[in-house]
Design a protein around this ligand. Structure first.
Ligand code: ATP
Ligand code: MG
Length: 428
């Protein structure tokens, strides 16, 4: 075999130019989640295929056509996780975290779905998810939505809208399902191929169809809200009033059904029109039946997951995060013992833990090192030449103005950096 090996279609490298945005985004989101005292759970990326078949449901897009499943060396069918909830429930049950308890958890990591790659849609993508177990009331539904709202607020994303719906209990949904099937059967000639397939397997998903030719038919379909059980209606009313109290605006979207079988009652999605067709940045809902489906005691639960690729794109688009260039760059004359520069750099890192200090390893002429320092975006160059070495001083050249280079005794360097970079080093 010859030729270059390339990454798998739909699975992207996140390069150093992008990764600072990712790190800042992740830290910001996790910071908000911690304000609500949710705790991290770290889960395997590979699970038994059956876990997803049973929880997500056979007739969903994910299980029917998007999973990365393979047989391992023991002839066991395994799957790269397409989402985080199934694994979270599996782990929670396996370790006794769910039985008669309340748990508030979060996770982060890559998910895998064999979809058609396009803008905002990858085959490996990343989510941060939050899940709450053991709480049945609408207050936890509201909390989940408030967490999302706060995340978008601290990210300064004002163009993210909340859509809300209730699916009622599974029983209510089954009754509605029959009515919906009758309705679409009466209009078979107007259904596109995709919807015709879904009519047999997952008719509620037809409501989710984005094909403009189907819009009128879907608009006129009987509404799920009319068939919802009264307890679920009450739950929904209370949630809405909690959101009103919290100053959260939303629109009710009766066609928001979500792809996964396990949802009941509250479902929601946060969308933006800034990202083109893939505008959903976060989605979630209640899944009270899932723990029981896995053989546990009935356990109310609710969760949501946000797509990090889409959020990164959004914050970059809106210029809300900044790149992280080095603060300082150490330049050393050719031929001097490198040990001297390395030692000084380590001392500075001891004294100033927030300092991003780049050493120009590999040397080269002063001129080429200055060029690299300038290009790096660093604010100051710390220069060690023959004179500096001999006199125990350090040359300082600020790179973002025209001030001439000057020198300081080495012992005063860290204080000078502290003073000069106070704002950048969080020392103010
Ligand atoms: P979509 O309607 O965009 O296919 P979904 O309903 O399949 O989304 P969920 O399974 O609820 O998505 O996942 C939650 C979030 O994860 C989505 O709102 C989206 O931001 C993100 N997401 C889902 N699939 C992908 C993907 N293939 N590539 C990038 N992000 C994704
Ligand atoms: Mg999808």
């Amino acid at each position: 075999m010859s030729g270059k090996i390339q990454a798998i279609r739909g699975m992207h490298d996140i390069l150093p130019e992008q990764s600072p945005y990712w790190r800042q985004l992740e830290n910001t989101i996790i910071g908000v989640i911690k304000q609500y005292d949710y705790r991290e759970i770290r889960l395997p990326i590979v699970e038994k295929t059956e876990l997803f078949q049973r929880s997500i449901g056979e007739y969903t897009d994910i299980v029917s056509k998007e999973m990365y499943s393979f047989t391992d060396r023991n002839d066991e069918s395994l799957t790269l996780r397409p989402e985080g909830t199934a694994g979270c429930v599996r782990a929670g049950m396996e370790h006794g975290l769910l039985y008669n308890q309340m748990q508030k958890l979060w996770y982060i990591g890559p998910m895998f779905r064999h979809e058609r790659p396009q803008k905002g849609r990858q085959r490996q993508f990343h989510q941060i998810g939050i899940e709450a177990f053991g709480m049945a009331g609408p207050d936890i539904d509201a909390e989940m939505i408030l967490i999302c709202a706060r995340i978008f607020k601290v990210l300064h994303l004002n163009d993210v809208q909340l859509e809300l719906n209730t699916l009622g209990t599974p029983e209510a949904r089954r009754a509605y399902r029959d009515i919906l099937v009758d309705y679409f059967n009466d209009h078979l000639d107007k259904l596109d191929d995709d919807s015709r397939n879904r009519l047999e397997t997952n008719p509620l998903r037809i409501l989710d169809n984005k094909n403009p030719a189907m819009r009128d038919l879907i608009e006129s379909a009987p509404s799920l809200l009319e068939y919802i059980d009264s307890d679920s209606v009450e739950h929904f009313e209370q949630l809405k009033s909690l959101l009103d109290d919290g100053g959260i605006s939303y629109t009710i979207n009766p066609h928001l059904v979500r792809g996964l079988d396990y949802y009941c009652r509250t479902v929601f999605e946060w969308t933006t029109d800034q990202l083109g067709a893939q505008g959903a940045v976060c989605a979630g809902g209640r899944f009270d039946g899932l723990v029981e489906l896995f053989g546990g005691k009935p356990t109310p639960a609710i969760g949501c997951a946000m797509g990090l690729e889409r959020l990164v794109e959004l914050v970059i688009l809106q210029d809300k995060l900044t790149d992280e260039p080095p603060h300082a760059c150490m330049i050393m004359a050719e031929g001097l013992p490198v040990r001297h520069g390395l030692k000084l750099a380590e001392t500075l890192r001891d004294k100033l833990p927030d300092l991003r200090l780049m050493t120009l390893s590999g040397g080269g002429s002063f001129k080429s090192q200055f060029k690299r320092a300038d290009k790096s975006g660093a604010l100051v160059a710390l220069v060690i030449g023959d004179d500096e070495l001999e006199n125990q001083t350090i040359g300082i050249k600020t790179l973002r103005d025209k001030e001439p280079q000057f020198s300081l005794p080495v012992g005063e360097l860290s204080d000078w950096l502290k003073k000069t970079l106070a704002a950048e080093l969080n020392l103010s």
